[in-house]
Structure formats: structure tokens, C-alpha cells
Write a new protein. Structure first.
Length: 295
């Protein structure tokens, strides 16, 4: 398991206060549905986290990046807890202990990290929930989608709007088989790298556009025409999915939940990116979702 990616992220879980009667953004760092994470909580976490960053590693944007990480983990933690409760998933302290021991122990995992012990255990617990959610869903998950490649975010958004609208404008996008494909079928078990992508978090009828890799110019526009959760999969393929991939797949199951609840981030931290499933600077959103006129 890639500990650097999965564990070494700021994840100090702070106080979550349930709002009532329509929570107000004032005094909140983020609002998820009717649940509020207080501004004070995030700022306290930020102060503690920055104190653990070596002086030589601090850069001009370190504070902003760490703050966005904290708010992101607050959001994901709340969504994971919600989904775990709905699915009857529990993670015991002994499960957390066993995972940390398998990875070399607490001190090994904290080396070079700005997490404290509680933050590490909280992150491991959330990752184990994500793994459990992935194991319950990935074997039967199969997506059918029409795909179109674009060369810029603006082009991808325009194509997504055309696909969502349907009709001649959508049909015209499929003239070149080198840049488009109709009716592609994608299995979560057979293609776990895609299983953690926005394609697998979209509902039937949705159109998503995203950039698979910031290092490449290509954007993908996908209109989901079918979604199954009862497909048959090869047990051998399931056994080859890594824990790291399972964490990504499990987190991707949160995409429709986040969309349904609604996430409002205090502008001081940025905005919620529904594609990256994290808080980013307002100009760094990596894509989006366009619903069909009938959806």
C-alpha cells in the first residue's frame, strides 16, 4: 500500500457540529448537507499541523495547501461515516492497530509526516471504511458510457452540454472513432484504475467531464447510458485490486452522496471539486457534471 498517498495527508478530525434549521456559512469552514464543520475547529487544526512542518519545508502556499487538506478530510470523514452507518460497516480499534503494525508501526508511518498519532489513526480508520465500501461495490459495478475526447476544459464543457442535451449536436461528436466511442462497457473489477475515476461515481444519465492527468492535455467527456451494480466479475480480478486502489474506489462511492447533500466551502479555503473529491483553489476545479434535461 502506498502509505505516502493514503496516510501521509493532514487528517486531524475536529469537532463536527450538526446544524439545524438551515446552517449559515458564517462561522463555518464547510457545510455538508445540514452538518457544519466550524471555522474555529479547522483553524485550530491548521495551527497544530503547521507547527509540525519543518521550517525548511515551508513555502509561501503551505498554509493554504494544508488548510485545504484539512477541510477535504473533514468532508470525506463525514461522508465516510455517513455511508458506513448506512451500510453497517464498523472499524474496531484492533483493526486500526493491525493495519498500522502491518505498515511498520506508528513511528514509521509518522516519519516525514505532519500527522500526529490521533490524526494517523483517524486517517487509517477512514481508509479502512473506504476499503470496505469498495469491496461491497466494485465486484458488481459496470458502467456503459459514450466517450468523447477534448483538448481543453472549455471544449470539454461544451461537449458535455451537447451530450447531455442529446439530439443532432450530440450525434455530431461521434464522427471520428479516434476521439470518440459509443457504448463502451467498463467493469470496476477489471479496470480498478478507472473504478476510482469520476465515471464510476456518475449516475445513469449524467455527463461528466474531467482531465485524467494534469500532465496531459486530453480531457474526457463521458455520458453514462447504463449503470449496473449486479454484474458478474472474475474473483481473480478482484484479488488483484490493491488496497490503494480500493481506497480510491471507496472514496469514489461518495461522489453521488456529496452531490445529493451539497457541499458549501468557506471561500477562504477554496471550493469543492466534485471530480477530484477535494477542496481546491477556485481556479483549479478539474471538471464537472452536467445533468440531462430530463434528469
Amino acid at each position: 500500500m502506498q502509505v505516502g498517498r493514503v496516510v501521509a495527508v493532514v487528517a486531524v478530525v475536529g469537532a463536527v457540529v450538526s446544524g439545524c434549521g438551515g446552517p449559515d456559512q458564517a462561522g463555518s469552514a464547510v457545510i455538508v448537507g445540514d452538518t457544519v464543520v466550524s471555522l474555529e475547529s479547522v483553524q485550530d487544526q491548521l495551527t497544530a499541523a503547521l507547527a509540525r512542518v519543518p521550517a525548511e519545508n515551508k513555502q509561501q502556499d503551505t498554509g493554504a495547501q494544508v488548510a485545504r487538506d484539512i477541510v477535504t478530510k473533514e468532508i470525506l470523514h463525514g461522508l465516510l461515516q455517513r455511508q458506513a452507518a448506512a451500510a453497517g460497516i464498523t472499524v474496531a480499534d484492533s483493526d486500526v492497530d493491525a493495519f498500522i503494525a502491518q505498515q511498520g508501526g506508528t513511528q514509521a508511518l509518522l516519519q516525514g509526516s505532519i500527522l500526529d498519532v490521533d490524526g494517523l489513526r483517524g486517517q487509517v480508520r477512514d481508509n479502512l471504511i473506504a476499503i470496505a465500501l469498495a469491496k461491497r461495490s466494485v465486484g458488481g459495478l459496470e458502467i456503459t458510457a459514450d466517450l468523447v475526447a477534448a483538448t481543453s476544459k472549455a471544449e470539454a464543457l461544451a461537449d458535455a452540454q451537447k451530450l447531455a442535451a442529446g439530439g443532432p449536436g450530440a450525434a455530431a461528436l461521434f464522427g471520428d472513432p479516434q476521439t470518440s466511442q459509443r457504448g463502451g462497457v467498463y467493469s470496476g473489477a477489471a479496470t480498478p484504475s478507472i473504478g476510482s475515476s469520476p465515471l464510476f461515481g456518475a449516475s445513469q444519465g449524467d455527463t461528466v467531464y474531467f482531465q485524467p492527468s494534469p500532465q496531459q492535455a486530453t480531457w474526457i467527456v463521458a455520458h453514462v447510458t447504463g449503470r449496473r451494480t449486479d454484474a458478474r466479475s472474475d474473483p481473480a480480478a478482484l484479488s488483484r485490486i490493491s488496497q490503494d486502489q480500493l481506497v480510491g474506489i471507496g472514496q469514489r462511492t461518495l461522489q453521488p452522496v456529496a452531490d445529493q447533500l451539497g457541499i458549501r466551502v468557506n471561500p477562504r479555503y477554496g471550493v469543492w471539486d466534485p471530480i477530484a473529491l477535494r477542496v481546491v483553489a477556485a481556479d483549479q476545479v478539474s471538471g464537472g457534471l452536467v445533468r440531462s434535461a430530463t434528469g
